[in-house]
Design a protein around this ligand. Structure first.
Ligand code: MLT
Length: 261
């Protein structure tokens, strides 16, 4: 059920990671993208709480979590592995969260029971993408994260996105510090190409993508799924890059189908 922009505010903290948790059963960890926080997943935390202990952390430096000294996909993956501890988790990850999830698979496969990769890709940045990131970092250093809202709303959401998706996106961007944004931009610009890792994934994977995702379009998602041995791919009609808030019911239903398979 869509939450209509109302957030639960009860957060917990383990070590330097703040997180929100719901439900009981096997652990599922939800990894948000850039420049967002755990609130990306509030609808799924509610919808899937009858089949999973759903835990949505704020990545280091984002939301209420403490920053890492060095922010790279690898250091963030290590912090997620430490957060999962001796358990295994279904790892559900969007965009930059997907970059982290692939680093997690590379470095700590023992903690991963399955992977849901939403609106993400395995490749590295192109030189043009890196230039765009430098420009965005300069903008944020000068004008703050609020200056990102209009452009990112256009880039991340489908043109017909609901007002509550726009509102939730704006709230997450505005709550993110300039320091976190700049660290994440640098980390994404220098992240490794993990395309060759895909064929090594030997847990079940589902790939979800918004039909109107302009950043990581369905062609990229299908290509990624094709390279993963045990995978399915679903294209979500009408949604852009932020499927969990643009099409919350579709995403929850697809994740439920995957998790109870
Ligand atoms: C995200 O949604 O996490 C970012 O847009 C990913 C990216 O910029 O590569």
């Amino acid at each position: 059920m869509a939450l209509g922009g109302q957030y639960r505010v009860v957060m917990q903290v383990r070590g330097s990671i703040a997180f929100e948790e719901s439900g009981s059963g096997p652990l599922a960890v939800f990894v948000h993208g850039y420049p967002l926080d755990h609130r990306l997943w509030l609808d799924q935390l509610e919808s899937l709480s009858d089949i999973r202990r759903c835990v949505a952390p704020d990545l280091p430096g984002f939301g209420s979590s403490q920053p890492l000294e060095t922010f790279t996909m690898e250091t963030v993956a290590d912090s997620i592995a430490a957060f999962i501890g001796n358990e295994q988790a279904d790892v559900i990850a969007l965009s930059m969260g997907g970059y982290v999830a692939l680093a997690l698979w590379e470095r700590h496969p023992e903690v991963v029971r399955s992977l849901a990769l939403l609106d993400t890709k395995a490749g590295a940045d192109t030189p043009e993408a890196r230039e765009g990131r430098s420009a965005q970092a300069a903008q944020v250093a000068e004008q703050g994260t609020g200056s990102l809202v209009a452009g990112m709303t256009r880039a991340l959401l489908a043109p017909e996105a609901a007002d509550n998706a726009k509102k939730r996106l704006a709230e997450m961007i505005e709550a993110t510090t300039s320091r976190a944004v700049i660290a994440a931009l640098e980390a994404m610009a220098s992240r490794l190409d993990r395309t060759r890792l895909l064929s090594t994934i030997d847990v079940p994977v589902t790939v979800l993508v918004g039909a109107l995702d302009a950043l990581t379009p369905p062609t990229v998602a299908v290509e990624m799924a094709t390279a993963i041995p045990d995978s399915t791919v679903s294209v979500i009609p009408g949604a852009g890059h932020l499927t969990p808030i643009e099409a919350p019911d579709d995403v929850s239903a697809l994740l439920r189908h995957f998790l109870v398979r």
